[in-house]
Design a protein around this ligand. Structure first.
Ligand code: BTN
Length: 241
């Protein structure tokens, strides 16, 4: 992979998007800190020193409505890379990676599309590798952890990056060559969402019920108290048990 390294950027996703059309697939944009790191749903992402803040440029030839699949694939790769470090990571739908209920990684997938077909995907991944939790805002700190905090010592970010990029590549190859059902199975194994009671909010809906599965499109299936099934393609999920 080409890895473009910056000491500081507004957001690696922005820089990746700017260069996507002239960059080859697999190009990585990496910054030590971000001045306006972005999270899902317009939230801020605190990007202090010690983390890995990166964006990967992908050019999959997929219909736009399969985009959520890419997010699931990235969650699997990050979770595997963390588990290889001895960190007991689980995925919370759609794409938070948690350790004992605390967030260690967030993924922000952005896309440019033409006539319903994906042109390129910017896969933004933020991992609190050696982040000092005391550097985070109170609100964020309460629900966050880092690799160093879990393992008790700072880790080598370069070798962790190499292992993460390897996992991402393996999962991406599988995504392009295998049935998606196989990926859903692995995602469910690595996730702690299925079987939980959840409250999922979307811009227009609040759905409460039990998470019972993932569809072919990567949507979460929630069974409400009237036994009605809802398929949610994007939203904010909270555990209610
Ligand atoms: C979330 O959990 O809400 C997603 C957070 C994604 C953060 C990463 S850090 C690298 C990339 N650049 C950004 O501005 N955001 C993503």
């Amino acid at each position: 992979n080409d890895v473009l390294y910056y000491s500081e950027l507004e957001s690696t996703n922005n820089t990746a998007r700017e260069i996507a059309s002239r960059s080859s697939e697999g190009t990585v944009v990496l910054a030590e800190t971000q001045k306006s790191g972005r999270g899902r749903m317009g939230r801020e992402w605190q990007s202090v020193p010690g983390g890995l803040w990166l964006s990967l440029i992908l050019k999959p030839s997929i219909p736009l409505d399969n985009l959520s699949r890419v997010t699931l694939v990235a969650g699997i790769a990050v979770t595997n890379a963390l588990r290889n470090m001895g960190v007991d990571a689980h995925i919370k739908w759609p794409n938070d990676v948690l350790v004992k209920g605390k967030k260690i990684c967030g993924i922000l997938t952005e896309v440019s599309a033409e006539i319903g077909k994906v042109e390129y995907v910017i896969l933004g991944i933020g991992i609190n590798v050696n982040v000092k939790l005391s550097d985070l805002n109170d609100d964020i700190r309460r629900n966050s952890t880092s690799i160093a905090n879990e393992t008790g010592k700072p880790i080598d970010r370069t070798s962790f990056l190499a292992s993460l990029l390897y996992e991402l590549e393996q999962q991406y190859i599988r995504f392009k060559t295998r049935q998606f059902a196989e990926i859903v199975d692995e995602w469910i194994n690595l996730s702690d969402t299925i079987g939980r009671n959840v409250r999922v909010t979307t811009p227009t809906l609040l759905i409460e019920g039990k998470a019972i599965g993932i569809t072919e499109k990567g949507a979460l299936v929630v069974l409400d108290k009237n036994d009605k099934k809802h398929e949610i393609i994007a939203g904010n999920c909270r555990y209610s048990d």
